[in-house]
Design a protein around this ligand. Sequence first.
Ligand code: ADP
Ligand code: MG
Length: 681
Amino acid sequence: MRDVSELPGVGPQVAGRLKALGIVTEVDLLFHRPLRYEDRTRITPMNRVRPETRVQIEGRVMHQEVVQRRRRMLLVTLADDCGEITLRYFRFYPSQRRMFQVGNRIRCFGEVRFGPEGFEMAHPECRVIGTRSPEPLPEHLTPIYPITQGLARATLTRLIDEAVERVRQGQLALPDPLEGMEQAGTLAQAILTIHRPGPGEDLDALIDGHHPAVRRLATEELLAHHLALARLNRARERQRAPKLDSGETLRAGLLERVGFEPTGAQKRVSEEILVDLQRDRPMRRLLQGDVGSGKTLVAANALLAAAASGRQAAIVAPTEILAEQHFNTLSQWLEPLGLKLVWLAGKVKGKARRQALEALAGDANIAIGTHALFQAGVEFRDLALVVVDEQHRFGVHQRLALAAKGSSGDHIPHQLVMTATPIPRTLAMTAYAGLEVSVIDELPPGRKPVTTVAMSQGRREEVVERLRRALAEGRQAYWVCPLIEESDLLEARAAESTAEELAQALPGHAVGLIHGRMKPAEKQDVMTRFSAGEIDLLVATTVIEVGVDVPNASVMMIENAERLGLSQLHQLRGRVGRGSAQAACVLIYKPPLGETARARLEVMRETTDGFVIAEKDLELRGPGEVLGTRQTGMLRFRVADLGRDAGLLEPVKALAERLDRPGADIIIERWIGEAEQFVDV
Ligand code: ADP
Ligand code: MG
């Protein structure tokens, strides 16, 4: 495959701009889809033009003049056999005035509007047409491509057009391993349809991607990712990991300590994990479980397998609060079993840090902490398992950095990734490509779904009254003030003033405050007092979003709920409803509600099922945002769109099975390239 830089007229600068569009090779040009199309295949007679349409007209210049109205402008009158149209230019050059010499024949494309002189076009694209032989019209629609800053549309259009022409003439061969397997025809045909549709094509379908030609490309692209993944997995077959013991005795001890019976789902996924850990292949497993489904116990079981084998395990959380909560829970559960736990976060400094590092390099069994565990200078004696909680907050690279800490030779640690954000089933396969998935699909017994209402902020007094009643019954509550401005300082201030206001409105109740600008120790102190029941109402920013567990808290008030996404609302609401009391959630919104915000609040009121919410989230936001593609760099498709093309995933699997190795290589190379942009998750 030729690089674009080998094409005529492409210097380093243009090549750089093209790269910003994801175009590196000549073939990449073919995968750059038009934003829309213009119909220049016909000339619209001037008595048939309609305002607000983009059309092509052709006629003779009858008159031109430069007039001084509010601004100086060039007015040109163009006429055909049926009527007249005015062309209006606010910026013009002498060359244009020459072009519009009276008597010249002009072909114009632009948007029609109704002006003081009748129908007119402002700044249309115009060309002089020879008078002798009639100039032929294009046979296909004209594609308009998305561009990027610093790249002229004309340049990009020319490059794509030349590449498409080479395909048409067979000079640029597109070997087609799917030939005969795909009803949608060959890749070359699909490319021609997309870039040069005839006037009869369904343009809406071409643009929104439901057209068979686009689906043909999307299929091949998804197939390329699927095949690349299979290749990656074959490479992984060669990797080894330490075989771990089942840790039977320690597990039994743990069960005695926790004081509850694991749910069927917890038992099942713990078994799945154990089976993986007993193999000499590195586990790569994603544990999905809704908020409150009891992932911590499952993680603890896995940690024990490493400890029972005389090796080390680490559990990493995205925030200090969450990491400390894990540390507290796991210390209570595991220390009595004779295990040594080590805590490491950014705030651990000086002597405490030295001791922690010594223990990690020495006799510690389990490390618990934040990303501080990934940092240089942290050495493990024998890290055999890494558990990452709340996957979404970590980038792929951080996770790999921790895995590297346990690597020796071709041995790498087992990995367990836990997330409470349910990934819609349709996306899981691709989003977490390469991870086995275990799902905790059952909540601990006695949980009642949180009742949820939405109330306008105009009814704040009523909201406070509800809160007063709940607190009077001895319940604990959260009041969340989410980000209003893009500043955690302002967010903190909003939380502070809300806390003051509520403290006044609710005399006799202890109101606490927690936000992102507090020191970790202060935050921890507040959480401890809330857990102990010394604080009745906790006013918080979204720092409490992830993972915090206080079973007696059963009321959740969320301000500015219309600004939050579904998964965030679901996470926040998941902080309550963990005990046996009937929990309530009030979504306080500021009217008027936009359509999407209304739909979100509606979903929250209707269901507490994380998977249903995730599917709705996908509908409302699209997969890129749901998966947080930008932060993690997990996925980037050129043509495929997982929301739209989810239905192609199954057929793609079937195609993958029928394809031979050389065919697979062609497709991977074409879409993903040598550089193997595919991220190894
Ligand atoms: P998450 O999946 O959100 O991390 P946690 O592990 O924090 O959930 O568990 C939520 C709460 O449920 C904790 O208080 C935990 O002790 C409790 N819990 C977990 N499993 C069970 C169970 N099988 N029976 C009763 N309570 C449980
Ligand atoms: Mg958790």
